[in-house]
Design a protein around this ligand. Structure first.
Ligand SMILES: [Zn+2]
Length: 214
């Protein structure tokens, strides 16, 4: 199953454009903190999501790769999805560890089901979701826009979840930029991590004429 937009897939659990925070219930019952709350209640049965991890695919920047490519690579690392989910959701993906993949054109694709435990952050998979950017440390403007939108959408559902970079729980530099710093900056796009980079219009000095040959 290929989807360009996970909002089509999980319309009931990914409210948009609503700053109120959802109240997540594991058993489907109301967990409103107070009776007078204006918080919007969205019931999300299943596992509790406490953290959203941002990853990169460690592929050449600006080069198109797909969820199928990642699935193949994760298969080579012996990652395997459980039949319970694999047989009904993205059947053709048998190994992929991430839940969402953002292509270089900015399109959002699904990997594992959100209720399915991922394979993306060792020792931290049980209560998290993995979002992977195609590339290594430079991402297209479209990717940055989708990343921001998808994190906001997920926060709309899992309001208590915190956003992290894989580098925070591993010795890797994944996703190629410092996620806490990016969040602290208000999710500003740093030219250092943009593909293609914006080249400043600096006049290039003309080469000096060669001295006359003797
Ligand atoms: Zn990673």
């Amino acid at each position: 199953m290929r989807v360009k937009d996970a909002f089509d897939l999980f319309p009931a659990t990914l409210p948009q454009g609503d700053s109120s925070c959802s109240v997540v219930s594991e058993d489907g019952s109301s967990t409103s903190p107070t009776q007078n709350t204006e918080r919007k209640k969205v019931q999300v049965p299943g596992r509790e999501i406490k953290r959203l991890f941002v990853h990169c695919a460690a592929t050449p920047n600006g080069k198109a790769f797909t969820a199928e490519d990642i699935d193949r690579w994760h298969g080579e690392r012996d990652f395997n999805r459980k039949s319970k989910y694999k047989d009904t959701f993205n059947k053709e993906l048998k190994h992929i560890g991430y839940h969402f993949i953002i292509y270089i054109d900015g399109s959002l694709h699904t990997g594992r089901h959100i209720q399915e435990i991922g394979a993306h952050a060792y020792m931290h998979n049980r209560d998290s979701l993995g979002i992977c950017l195609i590339g290594t440390d430079r991402f297209t403007l479209a990717q940055w826009i989708t990343l921001k939108a998808q994190l906001a959408a997920l926060k709309g559902t899992y309001c208590d979840a915190t956003i992290h970079g894989h580098h925070e729980v591993s010795n890797k530099i994944c996703p190629g930029f410092n996620v806490p710093n990016w969040l602290a900056s208000g999710q500003q796009i740093d030219n250092e991590h943009l593909y293609p980079p914006i080249t400043p219009n600096i006049p290039v000095p003309l080469p000096r004429p060669k001295p006359p040959q003797p």
